[in-house]
Design a protein around this ligand. Structure first.
Ligand code: PMT
Length: 412
């Protein structure tokens, strides 16, 4: 396993010496790339001695290019770790700048990049830095958040680079997770190839009048992660999504945007019959406004309270589960308490083949977050997953559903 360690110009660069030593001791091949700023803090020779490889620090050094050119170097790496990552480096990565070797490598590589920010607490909390970090996360960069504590400048707060052992352990965990996903991927490809998977995601908005609506906190991330995993495993995916702020994953066969539960129901009715799997990850409103107004509701001055009459929406996933020519139906259960009990009850009441339970509400992970903690249940099985990114859970859940199907087919 080859690690390309990018070191940038922060006082925490000294910790990267020990990090290099930890990687080498664990048997990793390490090549260090330093920015000009990093060399203000540490001699390249120190890293060369620890890594056993010449340090790379220039895009235009004929001698360095004569050895392993920067394209080859990017291909050589299995994992890129940038530690410390200064605010400047994070900004350049966000902009896709290629004015130095490290920036160029991050643009040409297709391998995972982990960023370990380290900077003064005010720089870390600055909106520009936070927005840059958020953008990198959305592009799939792994960001190991800085620690709280005393900083070299004497300030106390968030922005301190974690200790080398903590970074090393985190990299090890990520490499293991990636290996597990690759295993799931290989195992899953043959199963999911050309399977037709219908997925609903996001909220539904139930309009009160042309201005107001009743919605919920679903961001679409969980359903989109399942769609992305299914597509990458070779399935033919139809994604029906309520109004969300995120872009659908690339190469999805068909994306249908809807607003209300009624519109989502119509779209599901159109596509369920030629699907092999239906995963209902959408947060579908249970009720809609009985009398939707076509003009903005005017507030009457003397009125101190107001009530709305709501009527039930169709239970879409339950409806699909009742159809004769139905696909394998997997629902979700979003609960604030008694999560598994309520999920089991929904599984039976809606006559689903499986249900994925997750906790929502204050402090829970279900809505909006990039991570989640779920339990996959059937009438006879319960499989709890460790908290993970929704993207990773997408693959893990499809792998578990594959197991369920294989067992079903095996037992028939
Ligand atoms: O989108 P994210 O921000 O990533 O959040 C993910 C999530 C929390 C929305 C997702 O993980 C989740 O739990 N989705 C289901 C939310 C929901 O509506 O759960 P529920 O327990 O109220 O509904 C149970 C099941 O019935 C769900 O599969 C739901 O899609 C379905 N349902 C509900 C009502 C309705 N009228 N029709 C339905 O099909």
């Amino acid at each position: 396993m080859n690690i390309l360690l990018g070191v940038t110009g922060g006082i925490a660069a000294y910790k990267s010496l020990l990090l290099t030593r930890l990687f080498v001791k664990a048997g990793y091949q390490v090549q260090v790339v330093m920015t000009a700023g990093a060399k203000e803090f540490i001699q390249p020779l120190s890293f060369q001695a620890l890594s056993g490889n010449p340090v790379r620090d220039s895009l235009f050094d004929q001698n360095q290019e004569a050895g392993m050119g920067h394209i080859e170097l990017a291909r050589w790496a299995d994992q890129i770790v940038i530690a410390p990552a200064t605010a400047e480096t994070i900004a350049k990565l966000r902009m896709g700048r290629a004015e130095d070797l490290l920036g160029t490598l991050c643009l040409v590589t297709d391998k995972p990049i982990m960023v370990v920010p380290a900077m003064n607490l005010l720089m870390w909390s600055n909106d520009a830095t936070q927005e840059n970090v958020s953008q990198l996360k959305q592009r799939g960069f792994d960001v190991l958040e800085p620690e709280e504590g005393e900083q070299a400048c004497g300030d106390i707060g968030s922005g301190r680079m974690p200790e080398p052992q903590a970074i090393f352990d985190y990299v090890q965990q990520k490499i293991a997770q990636k290996a597990e996903l690759e295993h799931l991927f290989l195992k899953g490809q043959s199963f999911w190839k050309d399977k037709r998977v219908l997925i609903t995601a996001g909220p539904t908005f139930e309009d009160i009048d042309p201005v107001r609506f009743i919605g919920n906190r679903s961001s679409g991330k969980m359903g989109f992660a399942l769609a992305e995993a299914a597509q990458k495993l070779g399935a033919i995916v139809t994604l029906i999504s309520g109004p969300v702020q995120i872009l659908p994953p690339p190469h999805i066969e068909r994306v249908v945007d809807v607003r209300s539960a009624d519109q989502m129901f119509s779209a599901v009715q159109k596509h369920y019959a030629d699907s092999d799997y239906f995963i209902s990850a959408a947060a579908v409103a249970d009720f809609k406004i009985e009398h939707k107004l076509d003009k903005k509701l005017k507030k009457q001055a003397q009125e101190t309270s107001f009530s709305l009459s709501l009527v039930q929406n169709v239970d879409i996933v339950a409806w699909v589960a009742q159809q004769k020519n139905r696909p394998f139906v997997i629902g979700f259960a979003a609960e604030t308490d008694h999560v598994l009990d309520y999920a089991k009850e929904k599984l039976a009441r809606k006559k689903l083949d499986a249900i994925i339970a997750n906790e929502v509400g204050e402090g829970a992970k279900g809505f909006e977050s990039d991570v989640n903690q779920v339990t996959l249940m059937t009438l006879n099985t319960v499989q709890t997953f460790a908290e993970a990114s929704k993207k990773s859970l997408g693959f893990q859940l499809l792998s578990a559903i594959q197991e369920l199907r294989s067992e079903c087919v095996g037992s028939n």
